[in-house]
Ligand binder design. Structure first.
Ligand code: DCM
Ligand code: DCM
Ligand code: DCM
Ligand code: ZN
Ligand code: ZN
Length: 273
């Protein structure tokens, strides 16, 4: 996701974490405001092109070598690069660093920031797809602007949905997060979030947990991102029909990511003592 998506995911998570998780992470991140997660949500993107942060640039996605829209699927052994890693292995690694109380606090703070970011990214469908480098090589127009499909899913759809996010990302993200929090608690996501969103979440198996999230997002590449394949949209305007199917998917993936991030952080922090 772009910054706005990540900040929204973080605000949703802060609405669901337990009080003890909140105070633990506020101390670790040295921020005792309500923005303690939102304020670190985009940090991983800010370091990925720096010299020291280069090794993390492959941690934001997993390039599933499937064949949308004919078949979708993520296979950890096939798709997670052995040297560079992927978002699934990164989530396992930084989860275990956050759990490791022998590590210096600055390392664990850094690990927390990576976890907050990567639980967001793994829910962006094109972050679990190899085709054209996650859609970066698919050229489209959206509201007349020349963009690549990855950017449309990272940023443009949410921006159209919410509006105004460029000027004031934090307050707009907070407002969207609070709306999605209500939908999760008692609105359109109430039933499914309670029955299904945390199925398969297992702190003793971060790879399986993250892979489950990846498989679910990747399936949306076949149904919603590339329902007729890449050739059908290359060079084309993504019109109203496309947007009206995509926007609810973006919204639900952001909501799920925030809800699952809260559960994941609770599992980590509650197992420390
Ligand atoms: N931090 C970090 N790397 C940076 C900047 C900050 O690991 N380049 C950590 C240090 C703190 C937390 O992030 O644990 C917040 O730092 P600050 O408020 O100093 O930015
Ligand atoms: N990306 C991806 N899959 C890839 C390559 C990149 O999901 N195989 C993502 C990472 C960024 C965006 O696409 O969100 C742009 O990446 P870059 O700046 O590395 O081209
Ligand atoms: N590749 C990709 N996206 C990346 C990096 C590489 O699609 N971000 C492609 C280039 C290779 C293939 O994946 O054709 C295998 O890459 P690797 O050798 O890194 O596993
Ligand atoms: Zn992206
Ligand atoms: Zn990212």
């Amino acid at each position: 996701w772009g910054g706005f998506g990540h900040i929204t995911v973080a605000y949703i998570a802060s609405n669901f974490v337990s009080d003890s998780t909140t105070s633990y992470l506020q101390t670790l991140l040295r921020n005792d405001t309500g923005d303690y997660l939102a304020g670190v949500a985009t940090w991983a993107d800010s370091i990925r092109y720096t010299k020291w942060g280069r090794f993390t640039s492959g941690f934001h996605f997993i390039d599933a070598h499937d064949n949308p829209p004919t078949y979708c699927g993520v296979d950890y052994d096939r798709d997670c690069k052995k040297e560079a890693g992927c978002v699934v292995s990164a989530l396992q690694n930084y989860t275990s660093q956050l759990l490791d109380t022998e590590l210096p606090l600055w390392r664990r703070a850094q690990a927390a920031k990576f976890v907050v970011h990567f639980v967001g990214d793994i829910h962006q469908p094109l972050h679990t797809e190899d085709v054209a480098r996650g859609g970066n090589g698919i050229h489209v127009t959206f509201e007349g602007k020349e963009l690549n499909l990855h950017h449309v899913w990272d940023t443009s759809i949410a921006e159209k949905l919410v509006g105004g996010i460029r000027r004031k990302p934090y307050p707009f993200a907070k407002k969207w997060a609070d709306e999605l929090t209500e939908e999760i608690k008692s609105g359109k996501y109430a039933a499914e979030s309670k029955s299904g969103w945390l199925r398969g979440t297992n702190i003793t198996d971060p790879i399986a947990t993250a892979l489950g999230w990846a498989v679910e997002g990747n399936a949306l590449v076949c149904t919603t991102v590339l329902p007729e394949g890449a050739e059908a949209i290359e060079g084309q305007e993504l019109g109203t029909d496309y947007y009206e199917k995509a926007a609810p998917v973006v919204e639900e993936q952001v909501a799920k990511a925030g809800f699952r991030l809260a559960a994941w952080l609770d599992l980590i922090i509650s197992s420390l003592k």
